[in-house]
Write a protein that binds this ligand. Structure first.
Ligand code: DGY
Length: 340
């Protein structure tokens, strides 16, 4: 075990600032293995407040709710040597700024792949089969008679699903969608090896993918090149009556363009788990009947949230033991499309 500057073994000197309340099993291990400053009331704080609190801490365990931009990194106290984010997405962290200050940044890939892919299928099916309207009909008591034409939706089996961003989550979506009889198409910057592609049809350009996507699933990270990827031009390329699903990040969507297309019937429906500026979102989404919404629940299962927490702790343990962190981002900060 490496020694810290104060002569104590590093594993015992790990003073961790924890920005959000974490699952009980994760908190218990944190308290067993480290010296954490917890946030039991789950208070949301400003970056300036986190900077002040970070004084004297060796590491920060944060969530995607804490934005750590270049200015934040520049002002971080010198004691902070590591940031572990409880998320696979890391657009909220200026990794380059952290690297410049020799701060390790880790995230939580793999452990949330299945839960997020499940959520993608939930959004896809709910949007296609009008779950929001059906549920409302039952709950309001307005369902008085069964009819042959009541709330007809979009058939899923046999349709083409375009996956934008065929990383871990995209591939897990493909596996599930195959079970629903869908034909899988995808776009990535680089084509997958055949054993990962599993028969999915590769499109060298996003434009070509869009043109065939009767269903479109966004599974790419919130990188600059993906900002408002689904804009008016992109939607224009989709087949009429397409269904759009987003479980990645709200920044991939131009809300004005999506809402206009859903309103005028260019798109049949959308299933959205994420929104630009969430938890605030474009008010029009609340009233559009053909939009199925969820409050960013992609990874929200007991098992997955525990696994995300343990992943953070594994990385912290490695760091304080002087070993390489298994999920360090600093050497792979290029935001590849397949990094989710
Ligand atoms: C992630 O891990 O990136 C999820 O979207 C939760 O923020």
């Amino acid at each position: 075990m490496m020694s810290a500057a104060n002569g104590l073994p590093r594993a015992l000197s790990g003073k961790i600032l924890v920005t959000r309340r974490l699952p009980p099993n994760v908190t218990a291990r944190l308290q067993r293995d480290f010296n954490p400053t917890l946030n039991p009331e789950d208070v949301l704080r400003t970056p300036a407040e986190w900077l002040q609190l970070a004084n004297g801490h060796d590491a920060i365990l944060c969530c995607a709710t804490e934005w750590m931009d270049a200015q934040f990194m520049a002002n971080l106290p010198g004691s902070v040597r590591m940031i572990a984010t409880f998320s696979v997405g890391y657009e909220h962290i200026d990794v380059a700024g952290a690297t410049a200050r020799n701060i390790i940044v880790t995230h939580t890939p793999e452990v949330l792949t299945d839960a997020t892919a499940d959520m993608t299928m939930l959004c896809l099916l709910a949007a296609a089969r009008r779950a929001r309207e059906g549920d409302a009909l039952v709950r309001t008591g307005e369902w008085s008679v069964w009819t042959t034409e009541m709330l007809l939706g979009v058939h899923v089996t046999g349709k083409r699903l375009g996956i934008y961003g065929m990383g871990r989550i995209g591939r897990a979506v493909a596996r599930r969608a195959r079970g629903f009889g869908m034909e899988i198409h995808y776009h990535n910057r680089t084509r997958l090896a055949p054993e990962l592609e599993l028969g999915a049809i590769y499109h060298e350009s996003a434009e070509r993918l869009l043109a065939v996507s009767q269903f479109l699933s966004l599974n790419a990270p919130a990188a600059a090149q993906n900002d408002k990827f689904l804009n008016e031009a992109a939607i224009g390329r989709l087949p009429d009556g397409a269904v759009v699903v987003n479980t990645a990040r709200g920044s991939l969507v131009d809300d004005d363009a999506l809402i206009a297309a859903l309103t005028r019937g260019k798109l049949a429906a959308a299933g959205l788990d994420v929104f630009a500026g969430e938890p605030r979102l474009d008010e029009r989404y609340r009233t559009l009947a053909n939009v199925f919404t969820m409050p960013h629940l992609g990874s929200a299962t007991h098992e997955t949230r525990d696994a995300m927490g343990f992943c953070c702790l594994d990385n912290l343990s490695a760091f304080f033991a002087g070993k390489p962190c298994p999920n360090a981002l600093n050497d792979q900060a290029s935001h590849d499309q397949d990094s989710r």
